[in-house]
Design a protein around this ligand. Sequence first.
Ligand code: ADP
Ligand code: MG
Length: 448
Amino acid sequence: MPRQKTVYVCSQCGATFPTWSGKCASCGSWNTLTEEVPTKKIKSSYIPPKQTRPKPITQAKKEQSYRRISTGFHTLDEALGGGIVPGQVILLSGEPGIGKSTLLLQISSNIAKDRKVLYITGEESAHQVYLRGERIGALTDNLLVMSETNLETAISAVETEKPDFLVVDSVQTIYSSQLESAAGSVSQVREVSGKLTETAKEMEIPVIIVGQVTKEGSIAGPKVLEHIVDTVAQFEGERGHAYRVLKIIKNRFGAAGELAVFSMEDRGLKEVANPSSFFLAERPEGKPGSVIFPFTEGSKPVLIEVQALVSKTVYAVPQRKTQGFDINRLAIITAILEKETGIFLKDRDIFVNIVGGITVKEPAVDLPVALAVISSLRNIPVNPKIAAFGELGLTGEVRSVYYTEQRIKEAKRFGFDRIIVPASTDINEPALIKVRNITEALKVLNEG
Ligand SMILES: Nc1ncnc2c1ncn2[C@@H]1O[C@H](COP(=O)(O)OP(=O)(O)O)[C@@H](O)[C@H]1O
Ligand SMILES: [Mg+2]
């Protein structure tokens, strides 16, 4: 009998190869190829709800104004663009222990107040879900729990029960008996999410699928998954801290980049209506290395604190460490600072932390990071009334960023009256200090 043919699948991007290699030739990740039995190709593209005939755009509105279902969390509904749409498939990703199951049980119980909800878990027993439900006050008869890892059984339960809302926790623990590969493998993850999406679209049931993230911070087969689902929500937070931030990374039914902030308490997650004051609450005023940054990747900015610690190194190669911020970006900012201001950082360890467990990817954080580094290096606190945002170019220029007006408004709302902004900002207010480059921004720090 011929040996069964296997392929090697990249767990990052889903690309397949006939032979193993240390590096994925498609996405460049290291050590991500795993051996799997090849599977039939599965539809991975978006399956729109029924209705396929073209119509004039003027008549499209009615179809689009679906009745949205509230999650019971006002800020989360807003971040989702007004609630959950029938047939919407949401992927909720996050590290183990961050609170995904807790959040979903709360949402399920909120929706179950006047609808039928099915909560399928492959991670825990029904009793464990009950215990959590008891602790957070989520026990209601309309909420059905099913501990199941077989996809076909799960789908037939959905077809029998016809719930109004479905949770599947998690995609990595559910397997299809049609495939030979193990649960959690790329082909299984693809099959499970594909089938769930098909069911959701056909029956117009909204579904939230949990995706555990790997140590490196990505979901197994992220590209594959992200293309299938309508919405990708990422749950972030710092271990040992109460803050939890839910970021909408992609959304076919609303704007991407929106966020909702929660705090983890004994009785589950509580939404934070005013995140800026939440993040500013523990701010150490009068300490060097702290700068406030109006952060936004969507429509609503949140004031967060950027911290830097610069100290003399004891190593031959100085350390660079970041939390919530790209370490390569820090290397660039350090180089710009050295070149433009003549300061010497090669014998200094530099640590940068975005407080609150938020991961900031937008370039507007460059300027606050640079200012925090300088403040810590010089051991001089930044005026507590200063907030800053702007992208740094390689020649030290401060470049304009999105959502200028909203950022300024949020900073002013919290009493910041010295807001360092890019010179190209076309808003004129006494609170604004427009800077063309990093040298001018540092002058502002000197003036206090
Ligand atoms: N008895 C408890 N009291 C307060 N918080 C708890 C309790 N048990 C668990 N938690 C919180 O819930 C978190 C686990 O949440 P969970 O929803 O299971 O996470 P995930 O599903 O993302 O792995 C823990 O990290 C802890 O913060
Ligand atoms: Mg869980």
